[in-house]
Design a protein around this ligand. Structure first.
Ligand code: URA
Length: 447
């Protein structure tokens, strides 16, 4: 009865009380099936919230209730000031966490990262990592602590013990068109980070066609909201708005992105990806006081990659999370494609005219990858690891007619569907006659 009232109140644009929000979250995660809210009620509540939004107070209560729906960490005294994390609002080709978590750990920080799965058209860090044989993202808080103690970092998912409310809401938002709302994103991101009991957090707020926030103004609004809510938990939060009009790096797709992340850890990554890793890492090292300036922080991250120490931590972390030492060795120091699942067929997308490549639309690439099976259309369905898109040219490049712009890696897709996907990728490329103005990747930093 109270749940129906709560849905009605939000539907009718009334403000919910702290008690109503707490009651909803406790009925969401309750183990007794009879008392639990139904999926249909969760969907209705999310849609009412999506359409009518929350006040700042409601978002704060929701974030708190979600955080305390499970276990919250307390860390050893000697880690004080050094427990940090990064979270992105979601983009296309965004494999930054796979590189940044071990790089930060190599710089002496502790990174107990609770990440997410693919949401809507965006890729999910957990789905990418699960393409590594043996890798698990589901651990008890105790085991998670042991992995962080041993490797310096971990990348895990929400569980029944850890932010279970986000696990449940995330899964339903993904398939009910209720993802791209500022208040729901803020509560989802900050609850995961608050449960980690962080000293400092950097948020990568994506803005552009391949992001939930399409323009800088709405990204700024989201950033300020998240920084404000994060601060209420005593974390030092910095928001960095970054451009997401074109995919980040070259690879989009689960296993393809893991391969590119390993390249980046071997100091052979694409420059745009490297720039984001250095900036977000630099911000965090500066926030903790372990560097006096952003540049000094960036330098520490750069050295952790160039020296191979970040890769060493990644190797240790994946073994800690279930990958066998033989696979980990091959993946990090041998031939990674011996271990990662790879698509059976590759089709090239070529330039229809000569000129400068002005953009490759991130959203169009994301939709193709989704159609190839990289994301979900039903809650809980499995994703495919092999397919995806690899960019062979990036915005600003001079191209000649017939040059290969992209590769489409596909697995078990009919020819009819494939023809349409290739056409979508072709249409995603904008070729112009004059060199385009380079656009900065890092747009703004907010504290
Ligand atoms: N990342 C999250 O964890 N949650 C969202 O809602 C969006 C991005």
């Amino acid at each position: 009865h109270s749940i129906v009232e709560l849905i009605r109140a939000k539907r009718d644009k009334r403000e919910l009380s702290e008690n109503q929000i707490k009651a909803f979250i406790s009925k969401l995660v309750c183990t007794n099936e009879e008392d639990r809210v139904h999926d249909s009620q969760i969907g209705a509540f999310l849609m009412a919230a999506f359409l009518n939004g929350f006040t700042f107070l409601e978002t704060s209560y929701l974030t708190q209730a979600m955080t305390y729906s499970g276990f919250t960490f307390s860390w050893p005294q000697e880690w004080r000031g050094r427990v940090v994390d990064k979270h992105s609002t979601g983009g296309v080709g965004d494999k930054v966490s796979l590189i940044l978590a071990p790089a930060l750990a190599a710089c002496g920080l502790k990174v107990p990262m609770v990440s997410g799965r693919s949401l809507d058209f965006t890729g999910g860090t957990l789905d990418k990592l699960e393409s590594i044989p043996g890798f698990s993202v589901s651990f008890s808080p105790d085991k998670m602590r042991k992995i962080v103690e041993d490797a310096g970092c971990c990348i895990v998912g929400q569980t029944e013990d850890l932010v279970p409310a986000d696990k449940l809401l995330y899964r339903i938002r993904d398939t009910t068109a209720t993802v791209e709302h500022e208040d729901l994103i803020s509560a989802s991101v900050i609850s995961k980070k608050a449960a980690e009991s962080l000293d400092a957090l950097v948020l990568d707020i994506k803005a552009g066609s391949g992001a939930f926030m399409k323009d800088i103004e709405s990204a700024r609004h989201l950033a300020l909201n998240m920084v404000k809510i994060g601060n209420t938990f005593g974390m030092k939060v910095t928001g960095v708005i970054t451009r997401m009009d074109t995919p980040l790096g070259n690879a989009v797709g689960n296993a393809l992105e893991v391969a590119e992340a390993i390249d980046a850890l071997q100091n052979k990554g694409p420059p745009d990806l490297h720039e984001i890793v250095l900036t977000l890492g630099g911000v965090l090292i500066q926030s903790t006081g372990y560097a006096e300036s952003l540049d000094e922080g960036k330098k520490q991250i750069e050295e952790s990659i160039a020296s191979g120490s970040a890769l060493k931590i990644f190797h240790r972390m994946i073994i800690g999370q279930g990958t066998s030492p033989t696979v980990a060795q091959e993946l990090c120091y041998g031939d990674k494609w011996k271990c990662l699942p790879r698509a059976q067929s590759i089709r090239n997308i070529t330039a229809e005219s000569s000129g400068y490549l002005e953009n490759i639309d991130a959203m169009a690439v994301a939709k193709v990858c989704h159609a190839l099976g990289c994301g979900r259309t039903q809650p809980g369905m499995s994703v495919k690891f092999e397919p995806g898109v690899v960019l062979r040219k990036k915005p600003g490049d001079l191209v000649a007619q017939g040059d290969i712009l992209m590769e489409l890696h596909n697995q078990e897709i009919s020819n009819g569907v494939l023809v349409n996907l290739i056409k979508s990728l072709q249409d995603a490329c904008l070729i112009v006659q004059n060199p385009p103005e380079p656009k900065p990747l890092i747009i703004e930093t907010l504290v």
